[in-house]
Design a protein around this ligand. Structure first.
Ligand code: G3H
Ligand code: 13P
Ligand code: ZN
Length: 338
């Protein structure tokens, strides 16, 4: 079993100067796509599930699918991570479900919409750190707030209104003891991020560099990091979709972040775009088709291509065999003696 706490992967990535994609999953095909890409590139992987994903799969389906991935790929270190936990209780239940890492997103209140204040964020995040570290699980916190998606996590938040303050970041890490810190640098979740090619005015990568200077040993996380490639958008629209124009986070900007302490890069929308385009293509070209395998298979293949490209671009490719397999129990002992 190569199910490992996220801290182990992040430490290895920092020691070796690379980043790790963290890919969201909701079903079997997405998990298979990630694992196939990981096998092909020999990459360690972070598989993450949002609250929505856990609800959609009743937790148990998703847990067993992720454990199947671990069983079928014994040589690939796998992290099971909760994305955007909204409360201590959600993080606790994820750990009970076998997640080896949780995100306590205390930048927003429990409703996932209302901005939280710094003291609230410190309080809930610290509580999760104490609870998670007691069993060896890792914790990601977030400071500053991302832009939102309609009806989703962080809805209605202006992406540039709440960028991470580097001074507060130092205090936040000291007071909470998080293993990783998600920073807000102007990105948003979803398929609409920037209305023009992003420059420093709207995508503040320099802020990552600034935070990294003050917190050189801390693993940073970039959310909303889909690149929204034009060809994936075109494919959807070519086959009857109606996506409006938008720009995403260029891979080169992410690579610049990785050179300055970014170790985890969250990508969901690019995979959604790839899968949707592939399904629309089948439906358009073969309207007589009704076997789900005939469209979910191509969707899985399309996602695998994107994940593989990102694994290579972020630098995690080739590192699977080097990552030490550390158990939750061993991590628990490490935290206790620190
Ligand atoms: O945080 C956003 C991720 O893309 C997950 O989205 O909440 O729709 O599952 P979701
Ligand atoms: P994207 O919507 O840019 O893929 O971001 C995903 C994310 O940050 C999940 O937490
Ligand atoms: Zn996110």
């Amino acid at each position: 079993m190569a199910l490992v706490p996220m801290r182990v992967l992040l430490d290895h990535a920092a020691e070796n100067g690379y980043g790790l994609g963290a890919f969201n999953v909701n079903n079997m095909e997405q998990i298979q796509a990630i694992m196939a890409a990981a096998e092909e590139t020999q990459s360690p992987v972070i598989i993450q599930a949002s609250r929505g994903a856990r609800q959609y799969t009743n937790d148990a389906y998703l847990r067993h699918l992720m454990l199947a991935a671990v069983e079928l790929h014994p040589n690939i270190p796998v992290v099971m991570h909760l994305d955007h936990g909204n409360s201590v209780a959600t993080c606790k239940s994820a750990i009970e479900q076998g997640f080896t890492s949780v995100m306590m997103d205390g930048s927003l209140m429990e409703d996932g919409k209302t901005l939280a204040d710094f003291e609230y964020n410190v309080k809930v995040t610290k509580e999760v750190v104490e609870m998670a570290h007691a069993v060896g699980a890792s914790v990601e916190g977030e400071l500053g707030a991302l832009g939102g998606i309609e009806d989703g996590h962080g809805a209605d938040v202006d992406p540039r209104a709440h960028l991470t303050d580097p001074d507060q970041a130092v205090e936040f890490v000291e007071r909470t003891g998080v293993d990783a810190l998600a920073v807000a640098i102007g990105t948003s979740h979803g398929a609409y991020k920037f209305s023009r090619k992003p420059d420093e005015d709207i995508l503040a990568i320099h802020l990552v560099e600034e935070i990294n200077k003050r917190l050189p040993g801390v693993h940073l996380v970039m959310h909303g990091s889909s690149s929204l490639p034009q060809e994936l958008r075109d494919e959807i629209n070519k086959y009857g979709g109606a996506l409006k124009p938008s720009y995403g986070v260029p891979v080169e900007a992410i690579q610049r972040g990785i050179r300055s302490g970014v170790r985890k890069v969250n990508v969901d929308s690019d995979n959604r775009l790839a899968m949707t385009g592939a399904i629309r293509k089948v439906f358009t070209e073969k309207p007589e088709e009704f076997d789900p395998r005939k469209y979910l298979g191509p969707a899985r293949d399309a996602m695998e291509v994107v994940v593989k490209e990102r694994m290579i671009a972020f630098g995690q490719a080739g590192h699977a065999a080097e990552v030490p397999v550390v158990t939750l129990a061993e991590m628990k002992a490490r935290y206790a003696s620190a």
